[in-house]
Design a binder for this molecule. Sequence first.
Ligand code: XUL
Length: 528
Amino acid sequence: MSASLFAGFDSSTQGLTAIVIRVDGSRRDVVWRDVLSFDNDLPAYGTRHGVLPHDDPRIVHAPPLMWVEALDLMMERLASALGAGVAELQAIGGSGQQHGSVYLNARGLGALGTLDPSRALVEQMRGGFSRATAPVWMDASTSVECAEIERALGGSAAAAVLTGSRVYERFTGPQIRRFWRTSPEAYDATVRVHLVSSFLASLLAGRDAPIEPGDGAGMGLMELSSGDWATVAVDATAPGLRAKLPGTASSSTVLGPLGEYWVRRYGFSSRTRVLPWTGDNPSSLVGTGLVREGLLAISLGTSDTVFGLMDAPRVSRDGTGHVFGAPTGAFMGITVFRNGSLAREWARERFGLDWPGFSRALAAAPKGNRDGLVLPWFEPEITPVVTRPGWRHQGIDVDDAPAVVRGVVEGQMLTMLRHSRWMGVKAESIRATGGASNNRDVLQVMADVFGAPVERFEVTNSAALGAAIRALQAHTGAPWPEVVGGFVEPIPGGAIRPDPAASEIYAARAREAERFERDALALPHAEQ
Ligand code: XUL
């Protein structure tokens, strides 16, 4: 039997990544990867870190046409990289930043099925949106709508039991409600509301694609147990919404062959199949091999996330985290922090450091940072909810690079430890992924704070890798542990062990950091 290829895409906040894996008998390899940066490769859209600048830090949108153009560009690169190998490409999976929503008018929905291979995709989708910009997961402007929806659902605990989470500002439901309230006519002209994931899958399949329940769980509109729309939540969100939502379909449902556009424009095979796209975090669950309970992963990306598989949904009773669907059909617990890579970059830029300089600064301050503490709320924060940004610090000289850099990294790790306890998992080991998982010094702080070894992987974009592995699983129907094997093995001998003396220091710092956070949240506004 000849080798088979599977592709995985990940449309994240700052760029689009694609990965191709190859299976040849028992041999498994990643054979191609490419990354496109929205800011650098598509500068005409005017994004900074993948989103549109806005005077109000709570409002964060991105142009959906930019995602369209990026997909077209990456498919062109993929076709030319594969050459005659396009015939071996069996299936394409994908993932997207979660929660972000795309609003299609009748023209946009109609265009999906009639794409003309002689014209660029972006030209054909222009004019197809009833909302020119898409609110993304960093948006924090919908507190009023969250409160209204939760009230209709019987409170935040009831919302969590029904949907897997209480209603958060960035969730799609409150974003839709705000759109209906502020632009009722444009809302009326909307015939389809897609997630970033289902929108991009629709473009690949050349038809209106369903939403995958792992990502659907981040809308505040879906019943977690069934993966179907929850009528009470949909009705509480906006009038006539049910008719504007696509259907839902499990991660391994084949949507159909690649759309004609791709076959005729770039020479892809009409036998290549398209799978539903999911959210980047559910996809990373697969891409880090978390297909059983008891393992935790930490993704250090634009957002920092802590997640693990759950056999049964145990929702967070204090409203801290979320339960989403897992592509395996089980569930995943997750806590999300908005001040991830941009906070690390803030500290780096403040002192004019490059990344090696950042690492040297981190190493130059002692573990425990001489009792200094930082809460890195440079931007509005998701966990805990902080809508008025501003970093807080205690016992830190703000002009001392090592103290600030270590303060930010320790602050992030202590916060992650504190706010992932609700999952009830004492991790035997932690699997690190995301861009900053390249940085050994940052991972040492992680190992010390969590008191567990941290494992690293060759491929740091676990969402794109997970998407390719999902495509392989759907194609072969093989059991998950078998499918992930060979692709998600941690780097041999690469585990970073906790230093017991440091873990003791951090156990004490964790208690102090909890108190510091509680006091900071009680203050009326943040210090800038
Ligand atoms: C998840 C979340 C973020 C985005 C980042 O709930 O908001 O992790 O998915 O792309």
